[in-house]
Design a protein around this ligand. Structure first.
Ligand code: PAN
Ligand code: ZN
Length: 193
């Protein structure tokens, strides 16, 4: 017997504005939410006192039925840097070890950083149209290296859960910084002190 939430649902994207409707939840992250993540702590602290700029927002639409729990999110990372480090998401690994995720880049340019608990690292170069599969047990973070917003859609299961602590502890092996006006991957000193 079908329950009310077991029927098909569609959401509509506005492909010129890169938003969808209806948005069921919205999360915003500012510099103060990311203090532990940027390597230049002084630059981050100064930005917090100067208005605590918005780094990115995430719009959510979940599709829970009596037997499934898919969710779709749209993340918009605004262009800019904190010190020399490009705006980026916090990054996390999923709590469950059998959960994959799809990311699809709609606009902008940057990197998807991926890393396993054993320290295997990958940086996927992103432009509009790149679709990436994040396998289970790879932590993931996105970085906007362009002059425009970086906008991407993610699709996963809510029951995957989030673990932010693993990234908060040491970050990813590489930082994405602006060097001579160019995005550059450099070693993260927290990995090789
Ligand atoms: C994404 C991310 C989103 C924001 O929907 O949650 O881009 O990044 P943080 O969660 O690291 O702040 C996703 O990977 N969901 O699983
Ligand atoms: Zn995820």
């Amino acid at each position: 017997m079908l329950q009310p939430n077991d029927y098909p649902v569609s959401v509509q994207f506005d492909l010129s504005k890169l938003v969808f409707s209806p948005v069921l939840e919205k999360v915003e992250r500012r510099v103060s939410d990311m203090a532990k993540h940027f390597h230049d702590k002084d630059a981050a602290q100064t930005l917090v006192t100067q208005g605590d700029k918005l780094l990115y927002e995430v719009l959510y639409h979940s599709f829970e039925t009596s037997k499934s729990d898919m969710v779709m999110c749209l993340t918009r990372i605004f262009s800019g840097t904190v010190g020399d480090e490009y705006h980026m998401t916090k990054g996390h690994i999923h709590a469950r070890d059998d959960q994959a995720e799809i990311y699809f880049c709609l606009q902008g340019e940057g990197y998807l950083l991926l890393q396993t608990l054993d320290g295997e690292f990958r940086a996927e170069r992103w432009t509009a149209g790149t679709l990436s599969h994040i396998p289970p047990m790879w932590a993931h973070r996105t970085v906007n290296t362009g002059t425009n917003d970086l906008v991407f859609v993610s699709v996963f299961n809510l029951s995957a859960g989030y673990d932010y602590g693993v990234v908060e502890a040491k970050g990813f092996k590489k930082l994405v910084v602006e060097h001579d006006g160019q995005p550059t991957l450099t070693d993260n000193p927290r990995w090789n002190p």
